[in-house]
Design a protein around this ligand. Sequence first.
Ligand SMILES: C[S@@+](CC[C@H](N)C(=O)[O-])C[C@H]1O[C@@H](n2cnc3c(N)ncnc32)[C@H](O)[C@@H]1O
Length: 184
Amino acid sequence: MGTLFKSFIITILILNSTTIINTEETMEWTDSAHSIPKELFLYIRERLPEGTILELGSGWASGQLSKFYTLYSIEHDHRWLNRYNTNYIYAPIKNRWYNVDILKRELPEKYDLILIDGPPGDIGRGGFYTNLWLFDTNTIIIFDDVNRKAEYDLMVRVANKLNRGFTVSAKDRFGKMFGIIEPR
Ligand SMILES: C[S@@+](CC[C@H](N)C(=O)[O-])C[C@H]1O[C@@H](n2cnc3c(N)ncnc32)[C@H](O)[C@@H]1O
């Protein structure tokens, strides 16, 4: 292949990847406090360009994530099922967290990233810690809303139990923060 032709192809590839990144950065995003912030979405896009995500708590951003990933969404509320192109795992609340028997049966075996954004804060997310054994934890684990004490404490307890560190994002314009535990 001639050098000129090779550099033409490389230029096209660079232009294409720039276009993709620009498209995502200029994507319309919701102002809903219920959805993950755009900063978190962009972080995920950069950290994990492709693969499978398991999210706890579904909503508008599931529709966005499902454009780029194979997505599994654990959801307790039937009103938030079947809205987006994700593999829903309907697990109503039992003993103050998702019904564990349903999760045992329906969780996928493999995923690259776990996104903890449910159940809602008034129900509580502590069940993720008590039921950690259900999950493949040697993955990227992201906790949304760690500006709230309960979610921050959950992240710290999980990191300690897994003997791993964590990092926390800067506050976004709404004061929201997310935290990350990296795999080994
Ligand atoms: C924090 S939301 C999860 C949002 C989702 N991860 C997202 O980023 O779009 C937690 C729960 O609230 C409910 N929910 C989702 N979107 C909502 C909305 N716009 N208003 C009220 N409740 C919502 C669902 O039951 C969901 O499991």
